[in-house]
Design a protein around this ligand. Structure first.
Ligand code: SF4
Length: 349
């Protein structure tokens, strides 16, 4: 216990807590397109799978748009398995974390042959499926008693137990203990919905909370103090130069390599190692380009990097491509958008 925090060691009444939270969930569950149930009260594994992979690190409102777009492109696992990697990346555009799309595609090719795994362990064996996703799919679509452990769950449980520093093992232990074995999928969604709509990070709405009678952080009088803020990892500042040869609709593109954006297309880039002018010189030489003019600067935040991209228009003999037919990262869309509005040409950073 840290100074300023109050810890109560009274265990919650599990039966009453479950009844209160599930009673609230039955009335207030968010209606989401991947929550459609069959006659057994279970979800469709394909829709749950796609939603769980898509919604990691994504707000639900934005995730809804991505989900509909992806399901329109690939309505079932056979369609996803038969698609090209490039088509999958195109449907994933803007979602970030493109390794997830590549893993999802590889796993779909296995599932299309073998059928959906029906257990937690079966899901966990697929590429790109970790403990959280395996627990979510096996509980929601197959009724297996597996507790999920994500940011919402961590926050809710830290508050119910007034735990200041809830580590992953602690959260999983409490989540396993609280899980309602009769309704594991509903229970998991109820905890996540509570965290997303009422027990929010900065201002928990305890007055509307169905489990306030069981909540030790609420009893402490300072629920927002739980859990203590995480120490954020250092973000590296990176600068790069990009060349736009062509225009916003038809430009010379290169296919990215590496785990981060591999498989996507984008403007040719050169990381700044020294000065912007030196990097620009290397890039124009490599592409046989001339007469570069600064279009503007865009910034992009990634998990551990903050990228500043200096975008130049230039001339070259290289053949442009139709950008609408290629999967591009959000960063490249931002760079191309520098050409879409008058008054932005030759804007300096
Ligand atoms: S009572 Fe408040 S702090 Fe406790 S779980 Fe509910 S919203 Fe969160």
């Amino acid at each position: 216990m840290k100074c300023g925090y109050t810890r109560f060691d009274m265990p919650p009444d599990l039966h009453a807590l479950r009844a209160d939270l599930l009673g609230w969930f039955d009335l207030h569950a968010r209606e989401l397109p991947w929550r459609v149930v069959n006659e057994h009260g279970l979800r469709d594994p394909y829709r749950v799978w796609i939603s769980e992979v898509l919604l990691q690190q994504t707000q639900v409102a934005r995730g809804l748009l991505y989900f509909e777009r992806f399901l329109t492109a690939f309505p079932d696992v056979q369609a996803l398995a038969a698609a090209t990697t490039e088509a999958v990346l195109k449907a994933w555009e803007g979602c970030g974390y493109y390794a997830r799309a590549r893993n999802l595609h590889a796993a779909a090719q296995i599932v299309a042959q073998t059928g959906f795994p029906t257990s937690y362990d079966g899901w966990l064996a697929l590429s790109g499926v970790g403990p959280y996703t395996a627990a979510a799919i096996s509980s929601l679509a197959f009724g297996e008693a597996r507790a999920v452990n994500d940011g919402n769950v961590r926050r809710v449980l830290a508050r119910v137990y007034a735990e200041v520093q809830p580590g992953p093992a602690w959260v999983q232990t409490q989540a396993d203990q609280l899980l309602d074995p009769q309704r594991p999928g509903d229970w998991n969604e109820a905890v996540m919905d509570l965290g997303a709509t009422i027990c929010t990070p900065k201002s928990p709405n305890c007055g509307a909370c169905p489990v306030s009678g069981h909540c030790q952080a609420y009893q402490s009088g300072n629920p927002g103090a739980y859990p203590a803020p995480k120490v954020r990892p250092t973000v590296r500042q990176v600068q790069a130069v990009a060349l736009l040869i062509g225009d916003a609709h038809s430009a010379y593109l290169e296919q990215r390599r590496g785990s981060l954006l591999g498989g996507l297309y984008g403007l040719p880039v050169e990381e700044v190692d020294g000065t912007v002018q030196l990097a620009l010189g290397r890039l124009t030489k490599r592409l046989g380009a001339h007469s570069p003019k600064l279009l503007g600067t865009v910034t992009h935040q990634m998990t551990h990097r903050h990228l500043t991209l200096h975008v130049y228009a230039a001339h070259s003999e290289l053949a442009p491509q139709d950008v609408s037919r290629r999967p591009l990262s959000r960063l490249d869309h931002k760079a191309l958008a520098l050409l879409s509005g008058p008054g932005q040409l030759f804007e300096t950073a």
